[in-house]
Design a protein around this ligand. Structure first.
Ligand SMILES: [Zn+2]
Length: 400
């Protein structure tokens, strides 16, 4: 190949073990992957990776850009130890902060991007108190960083649907205003009306042809009931492959026979599970779910925000936390964790073009690691981050 490329990367290590490879980038895409001895094209820019591993852009499948406190001086955690106290703290605190949702969300987005994340699914609170303001903030942050990451937005009824009159109408308005998916929240514990909440959100999703991603914190048999109802509705509406249960804490509290039955139900309904390795809750049985054919993906959920002070924006670190909680140690298990923050996340987010191959978008990052297991377990600092052929971060610093 002799046609000039925009950037030529030297001495790349690929996840399949190939070393000293060169990557040619042209018009935002990987034009060629060249082995030692292959003729390289002329390039406007040449960067030497010095043997660093090159991995496809990470996927954070569950984030709350509107709740983050990034961009602000440190704020001590203000909420009480239960979900309803945190919801009330959001209502009181978020509108009073000196930075808008767009400014805080942008600060967090830049941290995620600098850690190699290329694709994000963020929830945005839709409540009678906030109206569409949090959604507008998240959409503004998304727009401002469209050249460095993609952001899918879920219209999320954080205060419930049936217990907060007017929310269903706001959710529909949120979809019209640019939200990509519809959320839900603990239809029994929060709304005490599972039929009402599911009638509302499935109705809106069907009218607008959008997918669903619901928060399900409910434990034990109550959570299992909500999960069964959700899967039944997904099948009835033909929404297989376009529905996700986030958290699914109940799955970790059930006896194994019921875990297997629930996993089979989710697999049949094409319902994915998003986990973040919550510290205060049971972890769903990730191996059992994957073996049953459920797609398991991973996100940060709360990231230095009104719900908790933890999180750095690094999805490799988050994958390591999930692996630690699952007691996964072998290389195949570490590869599975990487799938959850890359390939499987990309599939559920509907990203058709994801990976490292000629013709695909040049969205990847580099780091000093031998292979994927080391990248997960040690999560060394990111060196270069590219999105669609552009260098968007270097040595942990977002380049704008
Ligand atoms: Zn969440």
């Amino acid at each position: 190949m002799t046609q000039e490329c925009d950037t030529l990367l030297l001495a790349a290590r690929l996840p399949d073990g190939r070393q000293d490879m060169r990557i040619a980038i042209r018009q935002g895409r990987i034009a060629a992957i060249l082995a030692p001895g292959d003729t390289a094209p002329p390039a406007a820019q040449i960067l030497d990776l010095q043997g660093d591993l090159l991995l496809p852009g990470l996927v954070d499948a569950h984030l709350h850009l509107d709740k983050t406190l990034f961009g602000l001086p440190w704020l001590p955690h203000a909420a009480g130890p239960d979900r309803m106290s945190r919801i009330e703290t959001d209502r009181r605190l978020l509108p009073a902060l000196p930075l808008s949702a767009a400014e805080r969300g942008s600060a967090l987005l830049r941290r995620c991007i600098a850690h190699g994340t290329a694709h994000i699914r963020s929830h945005a609170d839709i409540t009678p108190a906030f109206g569409l303001t949090m959604l507008e903030g998240v959409l503004a942050a998304k727009q401002a960083h469209a050249g460095a990451a993609t952001v899918q937005v879920v219209a999320f009824p954080q205060a419930g649907v049936m217990r907060a009159p007017g929310t269903a109408e706001l959710l529909e308005a949120a979809i019209r205003a640019g939200a990509d998916l519809l959320g839900g929240l603990d239809p029994c514990e929060v709304d005490r009306d599972p039929k009402g909440q599911f009638d509302a959100i499935f109705g809106i999703a069907a009218r607008h042809g959008v997918g669903l991603d619901i928060h399900l914190h409910e434990a034990g048999e109550l959570g299992l009931f909500s999960l069964q109802e959700f899967c039944a509705r997904v099948r009835a509406h033909g929404m297989q492959g376009r529905a996700t249960i986030s958290h699914g804490f109940c799955l970790g509290t059930l006896p194994e026979s019921k875990q297997k039955a629930a996993a089979a139900l989710m697999a049949e309904a094409g319902v994915a599970l998003a986990t973040h390795g919550a510290g205060g809750a049971t972890l769903p049985p990730l191996s059992l779910l994957r073996e049953a054919g459920v797609t398991v993906l991973c996100g940060h959920d709360n990231l230095r925000d009104t719900w908790g002070p933890y999180g750095t924006g690094d999805m490799l670190e988050r994958a390591a936390i999930v692996g630690w909680r699952a007691d996964w140690r072998s290389d195949p298990q570490l590869h599975a964790l990487f799938g959850m923050v890359s390939t499987e996340g990309a599939r559920v987010l509907g990203l058709a073009e994801h990976g490292i191959a000629p013709g695909l978008p040049a969205s990847f990052f580099t780091l000093p690691a031998e292979n994927i297991p080391e990248a997960i377990a040690q999560h060394p600092p990111r060196r270069l981050v590219f999105f669609a052929g552009r260098l968007v971060a270097r040595d942990g610093v977002f380049l704008g």
